[in-house]
Design a protein around this ligand. Structure first.
Ligand SMILES: *[C@@H]1O[C@H](CO)[C@@H](O)[C@H](O)[C@H]1NC(C)=O
Ligand SMILES: *[C@@H]1O[C@H](CO)[C@@H](O)[C@H](O)[C@H]1NC(C)=O
Ligand SMILES: *[C@@H]1O[C@H](CO)[C@@H](O)[C@H](O)[C@H]1NC(C)=O
Ligand SMILES: *[C@@H]1O[C@H](CO)[C@@H](O)[C@H](O)[C@H]1NC(C)=O
Length: 354
């Protein structure tokens, strides 16, 4: 099924809900995932509990019943894809304890407009990187899992989700694609970051517009290049407000937008001041909305939610969000099970220990 039919199905489910006939609302995500509720997108894995992008964070996200697992993509020196929010690793891993200072480099990372000196994924092979263990990046989170669980390559993550007893999707982000595409190791191989990613996905049979692999980026050029090479669904990330014209433009190459939650529920001084029409406008342009990032901890919750993250999930459900990136997929799953269970006719819940 191509993008146009996808758009039609999103519109249909939206109108169905807007008529007020059904609560909780049903969703058609346009891809081969069986769920008819909003997507649970595990942000960097079960990153609220375990170090982000680690084997354990991913295993736990799968066990939690997530629909979609996020991998922020970086390249290795031998042109493999590895999951990490940054190519530079000192803050989020024990790399400094395993490798000498001489393995550090300084790069001008174009996308960040800054020079960074650190250990970079692009200077290590996949075999070296999978020896490295991850650690928590937020001081408010449990440090007891630090330095225990390795980094994960995209191939390995695909094996993990394929091993589960239910279909699970991926949300894959190209990080700093301008910089990655400027590196000698990429240009001298006559390839691009995006093509390296698509080669991995091709090898695992992810080629069709209905395959549950969302390609996301803040970088529109990276996404338009993907669009020229694949039918896989594309989500445009954007942190700044989106006009109707901008949404129209995005709908030319993407099936949805990935806005921060603040563009949907505006919070000032920890108090909700506005619920915007962004989701309604996106839906009327045929775009799905995958919002980021919801978290359990009180420091991320508006006072209006009474220190209960379920109240925030309810707001986003009522506003029609198609999917939510969460650091706590288990909490979101429990919330959705409670809301949808009154109407449940099948057992698609899928906590199956996989
Ligand atoms: C769920 O059940 C409620 C009543 O308990 C009903 O009003 C609603 O329409 C049902 N939703 C679906 C999706 O069937
Ligand atoms: C980055 O480093 C180079 C070489 O030292 C320097 O010329 C450039 O001004 C630096 N750029 C920034 C943004 O700091
Ligand atoms: C797949 O599942 C089996 C049985 O639970 C487990 O032993 C194996 O390690 C899993 N493989 C991966 C790649 O997760
Ligand atoms: C580089 O890649 C492009 C596009 O994939 C191809 O058309 C071209 O022939 C390649 N050039 C070399 C020197 O391999």
């Amino acid at each position: 099924m191509g993008p146009n039919i996808y758009l039609a199905s999103v519109l249909f489910s939206f109108l169905f809900v807007a008529n007020g006939a059904v609560f909780p609302p049903e969703f058609d995500h346009g891809v081969d995932l069986p769920t008819t509720r909003p997507l649970i997108i595990a942000h960097r894995g079960d990153s609220g509990v375990y170090p982000e992008h680690s084997t354990m964070a991913y295993r736990s996200a799968i066990d939690a019943g997530s629909d979609v697992i996020e991998c922020d993509m970086c390249l290795t020196a031998d042109l493999h894809v590895i999951c990490s929010h940054e190519s530079w690793l000192e803050d989020s891993t024990n790399v400094g304890e395993l490798f000498p200072e001489s393995r550090k480099s300084t790069y001008f990372v174009i996308d960040q407009l800054s020079n960074i000196t650190d250990f970079f994924t692009v200077d290590f092979t996949l075999a070296e990187l999978t020896q490295i263990r991850r650690r928590q990046t937020k001081s408010i989170r449990d440090p007891n899992h630090d330095d225990l669980y390795p980094m994960v390559g995209l191939d390995q993550l695909i094996q993990m989700i394929r091993n589960a007893s239910r279909p699970i999707g991926l949300h894959l982000e190209t990080k700093d694609p301008n910089w990655v595409n400027s590196l000698d190791m990429v240009t001298s191989a006559n390839t691009t970051f995006e093509d390296v990613v698509l080669t991995v996905l091709d090898r695992h049979g992810y080629t069709d517009g209905r395959d549950p692999v969302f390609l996301q980026s803040f970088n529109a050029d990276s996404l338009k290049y993907f669009r020229s090479r694949t039918d896989l669904p594309i989500i445009q990330l954007q942190a700044t407000p989106m006009s109707d014209e901008r949404l129209q433009e995005i709908s030319g190459y993407a099936v949805g937008i990935g806005p921060p939650r603040e563009l949907i529920v505006v919070v000032i001084n920890d108090q909700i001041v506005e619920k915007t029409d962004l989701i309604a406008r996106a839906h009327s342009t045929g775009l799905a909305v995958h919002a980021w990032t919801l978290r359990n901890e009180d420091k991320y919750l508006a006072w209006d939610y009474g220190q209960d993250p379920r109240n925030e999930y309810r707001d986003f459900l009522e506003l029609g969000t198609d999917g939510i990136f969460t650091d706590h997929p288990r909490t979101y799953k429990n919330f959705l099970d409670a809301v949808y269970s009154c109407n449940k006719t099948d057992d698609a819940s899928g906590i199956d220990g996989s």
